[in-house]
Design a protein around this ligand. Sequence first.
Ligand SMILES: [Mg+2]
Length: 346
Amino acid sequence: MDRTPERFSEFGFIEGLRRGICPAHPMVETGIGDDCAVLRLSDERCLLLTTDMLIDRVHFRLGTLTPFQLGWKALAVNLSDIAAMGGRPVSWLLAIGLTPNLPDVFLEELKRGLFACARRYGADLVGGDTVIARTDLCLSLTVIGEGDQRRLLRRGGAREGNVIFLGRPTGDSAAGLRVVLDDPPGLSAEVQKMLRRAHLEPEPQLELGRLLAEEDLSRAAIDVSDGLLQDLWHICEESHVGAEIDESAVPLSAPLVAFALATGANALDLALAGGEDYALLFCVPPENAERCRRLCRERLAIEVREIGRVRREQGLWLRGSGGLRPVAPRGYDAFREGLREERPKG
Ligand SMILES: [Mg+2]
């Protein structure tokens, strides 16, 4: 396999795996291709499974985040995939490769971050494995959730005319990564803190995912991990549709706007392609849109934003001041990014 950065694509590798499998077990409802695998328990209930690995110098860099933040983030990003299916977390497993030089206090803080996140979202540690890694710390988390088989939010559930909603503004995490790595001048301490936090201590939108499923508001969602456009494209591919985003409707947080002003970065670009936001992106039939906005406000005290529409033709379009133009899905492709310059993500 050609693993030069130019030729090696995470998505290409996954597609190859996907072609090689033929699920035969009657419990396997959904394999590769959604935020979680789905195992059928009954006509109503199902188990949701997801896993994610983080490696030092590829996904994070020791010294740029606290061990507490590393633990929190490692679990939070997995819980976010349960949120994207509309499920509830149940339990998690931790496989960890520890380098011999890590002090005890580091491990204590790492555990504290993991358990703080587990308590916050209600998931029990039920197993795992601990080994010695020679060079780089790595953590692999597996989270198990449960959901209502008939009301799952799937990447393949979007339909023409659906309203595309965003659960909270995106782009803050990408700006936070710049703050962590480069410490750009001209930012207030408060803005720095909020952007760092968005990047290092992301909050999965589990309550939102559950509301969307339980109230039957949506049938299609994804959590924004690779970037808004890239993740929207994953929905489009699985649903065999296209999407149009209204640039002026894409929400930009106050810290992101402050960051853009101070650094000259393009806030909209960061919001559309930044990645690692773990906001939910979801599609709602137009007749449910008003109820969706109202229930999110009343029950969760959040303002979900309408940013575009699902179209019949496959492709992505941005509507700006110059009209409608096609746009390529851009975002983070983990393999290419990791191999290119060992640029840390977290
Ligand atoms: Mg996901």
